[in-house]
Design a protein around this ligand. Structure first.
Ligand code: FES
Length: 113
């Protein structure tokens, strides 16, 4: 059995438009997690901003082609729905389970999907 999950509640995500991404920071285990909330095809997705390539940080703002998170270091792109790299071989970005309820994002921190 794994540790209990931490639930991060982020208000105001109803304002996140299609094809946009917003960073949120969350204290966790003496460190700070940085999570990128992305809206793609009307749904909300959550990626860890740590780029699996060489440790850059995924950018907020408009998603590439309206749907891909981008790392500014070498411009690798990642699919918010599952973290997969797009058009290049790279490990996937970490994806968190996220639900949207009453205008808030509910992000399960310990659970990567
Ligand atoms: S460190 Fe992110 S693309 Fe290279």
């Amino acid at each position: 059995m794994s540790d209990p999950l931490d639930l991060l509640r982020v208000p105001g995500v109803a304002r996140l438009q299609e094809g946009e991404a917003k960073k949120v920071r969350y204290p966790h285990g003496g460190d700070t997690l940085e999570i990128l909330l992305c809206r793609v095809d009307g749904r909300l997705y959550a990626l860890d901003t740590l780029c699996p390539h060489e440790g850059g940080r995924l950018s907020e703002g408009p998603l590439s082609q309206g749907r891909y998170a981008t790392c500014p270091l070498h411009l690798y792109r990642f699919e918010p729905t599952n973290g997969a790299s797009v058009g290049i071989e790279c490990a996937p970005a970490k994806v968190y389970r996220v639900d949207e309820k009453d205008g808030c994002a509910l992000v399960w921190i310990e659970e990567a999907v």
